[in-house]
Ligand binder design. Sequence first.
Ligand code: BGC
Length: 766
Amino acid sequence: MKTVQFREVIAFAFLLVGQAAFSQEKLPQLGHAPVGEIVKKMTLEEKASVIAGTGMRFQGHGTVIGEADGRVPGAAGNTMSLTRFGIPGTVLSDGPAGVRIDPFHKGDSSKSYYATAWPVGTLLASSWDTSLVKKVGIGFGNEIKEYGVDVILAPGMNIQRNPLNGRNFEYFSEDPYVSGYMAAAMVNGIQSNGVGTSIKHFAANNQESNRNSVSAIISERALREIYLRGFEIAVRRAQPMTVMSSYNKINGTYTSESNDLLTKILREEWGFKGMVMTDWFGGHDPVAQMKAGNDLLEPGTPRQQQAIIDAVKNGTLDVKVLDQNVERVLTYILKTPSFKKYNYSNLPDLKAHAALARKAAADGMVLLKNNNAALPLNKGLKVALFGIASYKTITGGTGSGEVNVAYVVSIEDGLSHTGYTPDQGLKSKYDAQIQDDLKAHPKKMLTLGTPRLVPELDLNANDIQKAAEQNDVAILTISRNAGEGADRKVADFNLSDAEKVQVKTIADAFHAKSKKLIIVLNIGGVIETVSWKDNADAILLAWQPGLEAGNSVADVLSGSVNPSGKLAQTFPVKYEDVPSAKSFPGTPVDRPAESIYNEGIYVGYRYFNTFGVKTAYPFGYGLSYTKFAYSNLKLSSPVFGKKLAASITITNTGKVAGKEVVELYVSAPHVSLDKPSEELKAFGKTGLLKPGQSQTLTLTLNPKDLASFNTSASAWIANAGKYVVKIGASSEDIKLSKPFSLVKSITVEKVHKALVPQVAIDELKK
Ligand code: BGC
């Protein structure tokens, strides 16, 4: 009896294997058959599984980790595999400042998987150097690939509408042109490795307060010119493999459910060819998401899959729509290293990447003040180093934009490596404070909300006095940190009373001995500077510079790198001067349902310049250890034809080699629409010019650079009239200008009527 049963089982097994082989043969395989053929053979359940990721599990101490096939622990999510069609799973990982994966694998502590913490987006933008950002992208992309990741959930490129947005550090600028060009450079660099990017968060995710459901109420013009323009530039110039829709609504509709945004604008107008994915658990209605063109739901839930299946069955979702979403996911998978079975090493060249991070960070730091050539500092000096972040330097912000790093070079380490001698008494006090704090508050893997900082040491006047006697110079680091899940408060924008007292006490003690105070800002977002800046001899805005932080700071302070960064956002005199200060983060304030962007197009310098509001440091501003002369501005023609080229000669008239960022602004004629007094339309950066050396840069204007979005015509129109090219060292420091004219108005582009606000917006007008 037993034998018979066994034989039967064997026979049945053969039958099954035979059938499987037979059906396998007949089934189209990804890469061998057109994706449409594969989709035709899929069951409805299989289709529903392809458009949803495989979910997330929650680990200890509040950490959320994507399943990612278990291949890359710590990755944020993945796509589903379907072996009968030869479809592999793919891996999606955060984030904008480096690959956010677990540094160790369970049961294997012999090997680590640390990643490079690159300088944050805000710092990279401050370099105004797209070729440098592309280089960072190339290194970053190699690391993504060698750690087995298919798509990096980056770059972040929302507009820095308000300084309090907790995620500003992940983003580039208040200006869409800078944001778009930086993002394009990063995407092109990363994707040159054959891995993908996901530009995010599309769009108008300009705050963390109630980010999951707040509705950003924005005029069509402000959307087109400010909040979408950077994404448009990035899509047109770099074709990111994927786009991540945002959590928020725009004018009442979740972005992930907006056909206007994801289909009409992104695909039909801009020609986006890739796949759109949600932000994690973003949006509300999976069926509406499919219809909108949001192809992939991340991290994916069984409930979403079921909703799709039900909707197809009850006729509320046309299966053709779903088929198209599935096709887009499959087309994406075809491009990935996972599909190509790339044999990743888990051994990226971390040393080379650290060297690149160090260089990029130094190139994006901004010298805000340098009275009487306080900087650079002679080597060998004894330095009284103040501020927690001098010893525990902040590499980047928190949340999904944080990176697990093997080490951080603190400012103290960097100065020591460079031949300075930090005061040991101060060091031991600060080290003790940091150690005590670490014991009381061990580091968590992923923190959402306002991050905790080690409290500043409350040094007394005697300690400071002693330090002034024993050292040659004071360096004080002022720090801030923020991240996903919470916006900053005005109190975080301002320095506390204690901080201000400390700045003044240190300044007085050192100045009394004719010694200088250098202030380093280790911050991820804009802060108030006017109330204390007079106390400092020099201020270096170091931003959050990544893992080589201290080396980069020391490179600049010592003069081995001449600072060449400029601000990609305005530093206002006070928070209340920011045009969105009254409406941010919306109403009701504790959990805003609505955020009305009534400053319209007047974001950042567009506001400060047009309305003549004084700034602390304007957009585009940054000093150097040398000086530059601007001369010989020439336009290719006094009349705009199809294009117009402006050339300008920059000469290093100082004593040390340096690089200069050149900004091209355009003033447009006021015909029918309100216009900012000037808008950035092109920029360039010289190479390293030796003293006396010149370089001529040529910057080009296209018709769209002259156009404004005309809402009633749903078109980008460049009005006939007199324009002015203004070449500036900052938005407030215009060195040379020249007029040109446009004889006949041009309708540059006619677009869809889309994303129309349903409520009246009382928009700011000049
Ligand atoms: C963030 C995204 C991130 C995703 C995956 C979300 O909470 O908003 O930026 O890529 O999580 O970690």
